[in-house]
Design a protein around this ligand. Sequence first.
Ligand SMILES: [Fe+2]
Length: 277
Amino acid sequence: MSTHAEDDVAASISTERTVSAMQTVPAAPDAERAVASRTRTFDNLRLRKDFADQGAFLYLEDFLAPEVTAQLVHSARALLDEVNRNYLPGHKQGGSVSRHTIDRLAPFIAELYRSKELIGWLEQLSGDKLQVSPADDPHAYALYYYTRPGDHIGWHYDTSYYDGRRYTLLLGVIDESSCRLDYELHTRNPDVPDQPGSVQIPPGGLVFFDGDKLRHRITPAGPNEMRVSLTFEYVTDPNMRPWRRLISNMKDAIAYFGFRQVFRQMTRAKTGGKDRA
Ligand SMILES: [Fe+2]
């Protein structure tokens, strides 16, 4: 049982923590302006060629404006208590925070995801007309956490369950780890030999690829390591056949976000709830 004096001390510590947390919260930047400040400095014709030559894959180690990176780092740390942990023996171990939680607690990320400057730039790179993912897709924007020894994801494609193509934009947020993104280019193109590669994505770095074309994995984290990445998913056709929707939802519930997040949000979206954009 605590005394009044202890309560006072606890209250004062808690106030100090709140004040110091507030002091360190960076102001949310203007997403459009921040993206434009970077994309307009690039040689975009060259990047488009690189993307095509690498079989719909591009890596840039310095993409985000510093104020955007700072905001993402703050959000990634602030959302640690919201992480949903998953373990699929032999394939995947780690944590994730879905778009639904991000909408509630880190709206700047949703704003960045919808940035017209960002989408326009990705359209230039890919040569495709891109759309945001439907409101009930928890992968539309999500944070992925590698915080315990062995956290990783095995070789896979970001398979599109949609009628059209699905692109993944991966942004480095926190990297205090030895984790690497290993990948193989051209695996779906019989005319070009497979080309392996590996990158460690620093905060503010970018990887952009067609999910059905890039075979990739994240190597296991070691002890006392922490890696957080943010991924955005864009599609060329947001329609999905009902049976594919079921497979996709089951996969998301088991491998990523948990049944509550996936199916509760799906029901809400169907009934015209506030998450339907
Ligand atoms: Fe992936």
